[in-house]
Design a protein around this ligand. Structure first.
Ligand SMILES: [Zn+2]
Ligand SMILES: [Zn+2]
Length: 147
């Protein structure tokens, strides 16, 4: 994981430089927090992590990382925006969204299931003459503490 983390930081540094931005300590701290959680993280959760970042610089850094496509906002079941790293960095995955508390967890399915999903979606999209490039799949339900 340490190697993987280093590779992710390297990719992000590269992408930021391409956009004329620097990989500052603040941005790096945010990326580390997202990597540590390993699931979409809300602003209150990020603030609780007690980095030396003020709320306003955290917002600014999140906006910068979002603008260049390094992080994305994940739509959940409540009003809290949650952020995660781009799939190009952390890999393709899906979300388990709790309908009650709004928590979101990542989950992966087997490559065979991914292929079956893509096949089913491609044939469904065909009737709309839609050309499928990727998919998102959220599972909605109750998390272990809300059941
Ligand atoms: Zn829950
Ligand atoms: Zn998938």
């Amino acid at each position: 994981m340490a190697n993987q983390t280093a590779a992710i930081h390297e990719q992000i540094g590269h992408r930021l430089r391409e956009s004329g931005l620097t990989y500052t300590t603040g941005r790096r701290q945010l990326v580390d927090l997202l990597l540590k959680h390993g699931r979409p993280v809300s602003m209150p959760e990020l603030l609780k992590a007690r980095t030396r970042l003020t709320q306003s610089s955290m917002y600014r850094n999140l906006a910068d990382l979002e603008r260049v496509g390094i992080i994305h906002r994940v739509a959940g079941s409540d009003d809290h925006a949650r952020y995660e790293l781009d799939e190009a960095l952390i890999g393709h995955h899906h979300h388990l969204i709790c309908d009650k508390c709004g928590s979101i967890d990542d989950f992966e399915v087997t490559p065979a299931t991914e292929r079956a999903l893509d096949k089913a979606l491609r044939s469904a999209a065909k009737s709309s003459r839609f050309s499928l490039t990727s998919h998102r799949l959220d599972a909605i339900g109750l998390c272990v503490s809300c059941r």
